[in-house]
Design a protein around this ligand. Structure first.
Ligand SMILES: *Cc1c(COP(=O)(O)O)cnc(C)c1O
Length: 403
């Protein structure tokens, strides 16, 4: 069967379809199926195994009972837009007009999709770092853009400034930034953010910044790129309630941008989902107004989980990068004698009862070859689950030394 139109072009561009047009099951689907089949601990997909704050859950239940069950306004309910504006001022000193500079979306994913569809002409270039969140490749292709990547290198997964300079040109329409970064757990240093702003000005590009892990950093501050001098007028900032409130299935995200950009993005968004999540919108507003102790607590709790899993991976013999944010840590299996992470991930349920994702799922060609032995593990799981995973993984070292 031939799948017609843009989806096929997008899927091929993003490597989701083989050249004969058949859909290749993504490594995510393959690994989730493997976890289900083998009963292995699933440290592949990044979703928490615990509920978020009771106030937020109760607010959603109350909203359903109260009858918030029909289409909300296209731009999002007023109280959530107000809560988003209050949150930006409280945490970052950024003042937004909630009626003109904030748009509620079906998760960060729709925000990114609508933004790229609104901004790109066919052939426009979009610069991202590599590895990149898998949806970026597909959405850039779907919007007719050309995806240019800058490798994240070194132990801290940061870009070389000269590589960044040479990737951005007058052909660049969008620089798509993600910090804290999925899949590497890196947080971009201030100098890199400043360079992005400088390059966006020089080449008249728009900065689109995916900050869904803004509250999940470990010992380093999150710096929204829109807070830098000269950034605000050309930046579309995107976040979501999913990661902050353990509600990844609710899909409440938002865009914060100058009014004319919000208008352009809304024009596309209204024909994607139109609206979503009526009872969850007031609940996320409740979440955004929780006290500082909540936000400090989730970062500290996740940092402790990171430490449990990272220590376990080191004991098992992996070379482990320091994760400074997100749900994820990257570990190199080469010291264990595994040069191909795809191979290792296919065997891992049997070897250690654990499922993880090879980093190559987030890269293409040349970079994937350079990082072939790297694996992404999710640590957004209960501590006892991570301890069990760590204990099971510790057997890997013996196996690899006896091979
Ligand atoms: C989880 C995630 C998203 C998706 O967020 P939703 O609100 O669920 O759409 C977007 N970007 C990154 C980097 C993510 O990890």
């Amino acid at each position: 069967m031939v799948i017609p139109g843009s989806w096929q072009r997008a899927a091929r561009g993003a490597g989701l379809l083989a050249s004969d047009g058949r859909s290749a099951p993504t490594i995510f689907a393959e690994m989730s199926a493997l976890a289900t089949r083998t009963g292995a601990i699933n440290l592949g997909q990044g979703f928490p195994d615990e509920d978020g704050p009771a106030e937020v859950l109760t607010a959603a239940v109350d909203a359903i009972r109260r009858g918030d069950n029909q289409y909300p306004p296209g731009i999002g309910i007023a109280d959530l837009r107000l809560a988003i504006a209050e949150h930006q001022e409280r945490f970052y000193g950024i003042r937004l007009d909630p009626d003109r500079e904030v748009l509620v979306t079906a998760g960060a994913t729709e925000a990114i999709a609508a933004t790229l569809l609104a901004l790109l002409e066919p052939g426009d270039e979009v610069v991202t770092f590599e590895p990149f969140y898998d949806a970026y490749g597909a959405l850039i292709a779907l919007a007719g853009g050309v995806h240019v990547t800058v490798p994240l290198t070194g132990a801290d997964f940061t870009p070389d400034p000269d590589a960044l300079r040479s990737a951005v040109s007058d052909r660049t329409r969008v620089i798509l930034v993600n910090s804290p970064h999925n899949p590497t757990g890196s947080v971009l240093p201030l100098e890199t953010l400043e360079l992005i702003v400088e390059l966006a000005h020089r080449h008249d590009a728009v900065i689109v910044t995916d900050e869904v892990y803004e509250h999940l950093t470990f010992g380093v501050p999150h710096i929204p790129i829109a807070s830098l001098p000269g950034a605000r007028e050309r930046t579309v900032s995107i976040s979501s309630g999913g990661k902050t409130f353990n509600t990844t299935g609710w899909k409440v995200g938002w865009v914060m941008a100058p009014a004319e950009l919000v208008t352009a993005i809304l024009a596309v968004k209204q024909f994607l989902t139109y609206v979503n999540a009526a009872p969850f919108q007031p609940a996320i507003a409740t979440g955004l107004r929780l006290g500082d102790d909540y936000f400090a607590g989730i970062a500290a709790g996740l940092q402790a989980k990171r430490d449990v899993l990272s220590a376990g991976l080191r004991t098992a013999g992996f070379d482990v990068a320091e994760s400074r944010g997100t749900y994820f840590v990257v570990a190199d299996a080469a010291p264990l004698g595994f040069t191909d992470a795809v191979d290792l991930c296919r065997q891992l349920p049997e070897l250690a009862g654990v499922v993880a994702i090879p980093l190559s799922a987030f890269c293409r060609g040349e970079y994937a070859a350079r990082t072939a032995s790297l694996v992404r593990f999710a640590f957004c799981k209960r501590v006892e689950v991570l301890e069990r995973a760590a204990a099971q993984l510790s057997g890997l070292r013996q196996r690899s030394t006896t091979r």
